[in-house]
Design a binder for this molecule. Structure first.
Ligand code: FAD
Length: 455
């Protein structure tokens, strides 16, 4: 592998853009292939690199949340995408929500301006077997490449189904029927009323809504597509089928919200989250569904405040492509059977935007070291980066399902460092975070101190 000067990255999404950036920061040339413009996916709408295909939220920024910790580690490691996300932030309570256009534009401009990165707008139909490659083509990898990855890995790779939530034009929301508030008042700027618009439902309104959802027509699934959803992203009709109150205990839960007009907690609530900096559109939080578009329009307009709603996007269902990481990947994100090929992003068996960025960063870093014949060392287990990669490469390979970062993936604290009260979750997490950040700094210092930081 001596003398490798150029690394191929396939896929200019979240993981691929981050990976390309990290390789280039290490001083190596990158050819980044992105099929969009010529050919798109069922979810992407633009030609931008790093487009966010659904929610504009990169999840919690709270220091004691696992996603908050992962983002902080990425910041310290000089992640391009997290830096651009911080710059593109819009109000989102405790979450890092971004203006999606500003975000994708920022990523695309940074990549285009880097002298060591060449972007080629082409669909790759086969993984080059003899180059140093990072494959980051995501959950909607094109069919031809999916078939080649199946050949490459010697297995049928897996897939399941996710659903995305609708977006409504802000001007079409009736301001007299909704109220602004964050749940339990958390995360809003001081003096502000809250970051979400809330549509309150009465008991009768809720019952009518659930009945309508249950009776609504769904988009037909192909016979070869099993109805297999990711539990954390269930469509509303699937939840409604599980019981009359399931929605009220799920995305329509009213806890922590008081309607200022009645001074009371509504029976159920639909929360709307701002999508862009200009607040020109809102996302119906947790309202992913697989209903026909006409049905969605009719039923979602039953929600108070949305009687005349104009939908900029309807809920949809999509395939999710990923390899069986525990069986196929090393903790450095290289394929066990082809050590010149790295896999990153959703395709390597993680779930979520930030997780895709994280595996992109790690794959880029490792690939650059491999090109220079340097030792590859995954981030320590104590870190969120290390725990994520440890989980995806060592979980049970039977029925493997993609993973989000979570605190229970991190190793527990040694007994002497546990807070006095076992129940003190926040204190425990704060210590795990401290330990993780110290470990990530040490990993960066030991193996990547020659890299320049992004500014
Ligand atoms: C519809 C949908 C909604 C989602 N919603 C969320 C959400 O709300 N929140 C969340 O955290 N996660 C969500 N995810 C999951 C996941 O976080 C995102 O898909 C994320 O974009 C994954 O990053 P990635 O880099 O792996 O893939 P992507 O960002 O999809 O990037 C892959 C890139 O590869 C390109 N490509 C594909 N095939 C080829 C080829 N053969 N040749 C060249 N280029 C190719 C694609 O055009 C794309 O640009 C969603 C996924 C989908 C599909």
């Amino acid at each position: 592998m001596a003398g490798v000067e150029e690394i191929v990255v396939i896929g200019g999404g979240l993981a691929g853009s981050e990976a390309a950036w990290q390789v280039a920061r290490a001083g190596l040339r990158v050819v980044l292939y992105e099929m969009r413009s010529g050919r798109s996916t069922p979810a992407h709408k633009t030609d931008w690199l790093g487009e966010l295909v659904c929610s504009n939220s990169l999840k919690s920024n709270l220091p004691t949340s696992a996603s908050g910790l992962l983002k902080e580690e990425l910041r310290r490691a000089g992640s391009l995408l997290i830096q651009v996300a911080d710059r593109s932030a819009v109000p989102g309570g405790t979450a890092l929500s971004v203006d999606r256009e500003q975000f994708a534009r920022g990523v695309s401009e940074a990549i285009a301006a880097h002298p060591l990165i060449e972007v080629r707008r082409e669909e790759v139909v086969a993984v080059p077997r003899h180059s140093l490659v990072i494959v980051a083509t995501g959950p909607l990898t094109s069919d031809a490449l999916s078939a080649d990855i199946a050949r490459l890995t010697g297995s049928d790779h897996l897939y399941f189904y996710d659903a995305i939530s609708p977006i409504v034009d802000a001007e079409s929301i009736n301001p007299n029927k909704v109220f602004r508030a964050s749940r339990y008042g958390k995360g809003s700027a001081p003096g502000s009323e809250g970051d979400y618009l809330n549509c309150p439902l009465t008991r009768e309104g809720y019952d009518r809504f659930v009945e309508a959802v249950l009776a609504a027509e769904e988009v037909e699934r192909h016979s070869f597509e099993p109805a297999r959803f990711f539990e954390a992203c269930l469509p509303i009709e699937e939840l409604a089928r599980r019981g009359r109150d399931s929605l009220r205990f799920g995305p329509m839960k009213p806890v922590g919200l008081t309607d200022p007009r009645s001074g009371r907690r509504p029976y159920a609530v639909v929360q709307l989250r701002q999508e862009d900096a200009r607040a020109s559109s809102y996302n119906l939080v947790g309202f992913q569904n697989h209903l026909k578009f006409g049905e969605q329009k009719r039923i979602l307009r039953m929600i108070p405040g949305l009687e005349n709603a104009e939908f900029l996007r309807y809920g949809q269902i999509h395939r999710n492509t990923y390899i069986n990481a525990p069986a196929l990947l090393l903790p450095t994100l290289r394929l066990r059977a082809h050590e010149n090929i790295f896999v990153a992003g959703q395709l390597c068996g993680t779930e979520g935007y930030v997780e895709a960025v994280a595996t992109g960063l790690m794959a880029g870093r490792h690939a650059a070291r491999l090109a220079r014949r340097e030792e590859l060392v995954p981030p320590p287990r104590e870190t969120a980066l290390g725990s994520l990669v440890h989980y995806i490469t060592s979980a049970s390979a039977r029925n493997y399902q993609p993973a989000n970062i979570a605190f229970d993936l991190l190793p527990p604290l040694p007994a002497q460092e546990q807070p006095q009260r076992q129940s003190d979750k926040q204190a425990r997490r704060a210590r795990q975070r401290q330990r993780a950040l110290a470990a990530v700094e040490e990993w960066l210092r030991q193996y990547f101190s020659s890299l320049v930081t992004v500014d």
